[in-house]
Write a protein that binds this ligand. Sequence first.
Ligand code: RB5
Length: 142
Amino acid sequence: MRLFAGSDHAGLDLKNHLVAKLRAEGHEVEDLGTHDATSTDYPDWAARVTDAVLANAGSLGLLVCGTGIGMSIAANRRHGIRAALCTDTFSAKATRAHNDANVLCLGSRVVGVGVAEDILDAFVAGTFEGGRHAGRIAKLDS
Ligand code: RB5
């Protein structure tokens, strides 16, 4: 799977950890930043990652901030982006199956590393069911 990852300063450590995990598993991951702990604005990183996801069909995005909320708000302003803020594995699997989510948002101050890993695993392994869900997705973009 090809993925693009980004975070603000609050999500930096978790993002770095998850990027390393994905790469170790053989995924192709571009880490678009941030790369240091300097305070920075989450909408800037959401824009970078969503630009990359929109430009690369079939790719996924990973966005991490303190709550995941700012990233999800920012990402979902982009036409064609379906960003899901997940705190559990059921939601991560369901949002791929039903919403064809193309960006996962995580809150580093909300979920621990182990839970975040499991959520990411479920998200990356998930597949869109299509069928009745396809028309609903189309309405999002109409
Ligand atoms: C940064 O302090 C924090 O506001 C940000 O990471 C995020 O949680 C915003 O939604």
